[in-house]
Every structure is written in C-alpha cells, then in structure tokens.
Design a protein around this ligand. Sequence first.
Ligand code: G1P
Length: 300
Amino acid sequence: MSDKKTSPAVDARVRKVVIPVAGLGTRVLPATKSIPKELLTVVDRPLIDYVVEEARQAGISDIILVTGRGKGAIEEYFDHAFELEATLRDKGKTALLDDLVANIPAAGAVSYTRQQAPLGLGHAVWCARTLVGDEPFAVALPDEISAGGPGFLSELVASFNEVGGNLVAVEEVPREQTSKYGVISPKSRDGDLIAMDGMVEKPAPEDAPSNFRIIGRYVLQPDIFEILATQPRGAGGEIQLTDAMQTLNARQPFHARICSTPIHDCGSKLGWLMANVDMALKREEFSEGLTGYLKARLPV
Ligand code: G1P
C-alpha cells in the first residue's frame, strides 16, 4: 500500500516485546509512591500481567522489561515465591497454587534492562537495543490494556505479517484530546490500515493533523535504534519515540492500524476505576454481585 521505500523482510516474525516500566506513575499518586504503577491491580491481576498475556496471545515469546529505580517488585512478580508456594502446598490449596505457578513465564523468557534516567519513552525503548538485536519487535505500554477482543498486539502482528515494515496502533478520539497523545497524519486508507505522511507528539487540537491518536502498541524495525541514539528532546523535554518514528516513516513502510480491541487507559485514576468495574463485570464470579451493587448504588 505504501508507495515509498523498500520493505524490510516481511517474513521476519515478531518474537520480542519491549515493555517500558520505568515511569514514575505521577498521574496515579499517591498509590504509586511505594509500589510500581505496573503492579496496580485490575480486579485481581496487576496491569503488567494483562500486557504479558496480550503478548503471549499474539505469539510473542520474549518479554523485555525496561525497568528503573524502585521497580524491583515487578521482578518478584514474575518469579517463583517459594515460601508462598510451599505454604499453599502444605494447606492443600492446589488450585490456587497451580494458577500461580502456571502464570510464571518460562525460565529465561523475561529479560530486564534499566533506564537509568527519566529521559522519555524513546530513550526507554533505546535502552532495550542490545536485548532486541537485529529483528523487528513490538513495544507495549502497560498503562493501556486490551478490554477483551483480539488484543492490540494480535491485531498489529496480524497486520505486520501481511505488510511488514513498521506499525502503530491507533484509535479515533475527540479532537480536544489530541494534546495527550501522539497523533498521525493519514495519507491513504485501505480498510484497517492507514499509510501516513507522518506523526507528531502531543499536538494542540488546532495543530493536530487528524484525530487518530497512537495507542501504546507498536511493531518496529530495529533501524529505530540508530535514530533514537541521536534523537533530540521533543515534547515535554523528553526523547520521544514518536519523533524517531517520524524519521523512520520517511525511510521505510509505516502503517497505522485501526484496532477493534476496546481500550482501558489505566494511566488515569478514572480510567483505572472503569477498568476495574468493566473487567470485574466480565468475570462470572463477580458479575452478579457487582451488578446488584451498582444498581442499588446508582440513582434510577
Ligand atoms: C505515550 C506516547 C504517545 C502515545 C501514548 C499512548 O505518551 O508518547 O505517542 O499516544 O503513550 O498512551 P505518554 O502517555 O507516555 O505521555
């Protein structure tokens, strides 16, 4: 669909996902003062768990976490908890134990690297360059989770397997919200896929090239790393992934994929509350009790 540039190998498989988890979580303070934002729970699972599961469903086997100071509890979460497991075993709570153990990724499937200074999303992704190596890879920001449906990464990987190159996930938002996101400048559309003229980080509504905002899911060629290495600071004084992608878009095929997966934005307190209600309503064990409570609680 794109008229420019040569496509990098379309037959390469997306095996790795980079998940930046170094952010301070200032939008959800004080909850995140002493626990990582990524471990906030939606119902009974931490946010990071939803994203790792989404990656698994997309056929991605290698998880790369870009972590930072005070985020050690995330590593504990993906490891065995021997005392807890022994206690559950002794008490005969085997179903609980089996669930817990089944949820731990295979040995060596999760790698960690550290972003040593809060220089922005682009810098966080660049910190993963050695672990990614020379192959296409996904990026997933754990604030936003798939609320059912196929999952953003499954949709992106399916499109990648068709067209190759680079992809970002997008959705339409009211124009007054563009200054919160990266926004694409569409050139042509073919079904769910949009070829782009470019993209811009956090434009004011009057400057936004469209109302298609970037969701925190990407499939990128490793060529992004050499661009990020010298990427000047952009919006908010940070090294922005969007700015580096804008450069890559001029060199390689790049599409935006309009995703059909519904989103929960847990990076805001209201979004996180709504995610909890929605995800609990989807669970058989909670739906009746919660529905009854909400009906009684809400004005008729
Ligand atoms: C980041 C990206 C932005 C994207 C957003 C999605 O912004 O820079 O392009 O639209 O995630 O959540 P942040 O939320 O880190 O400010």
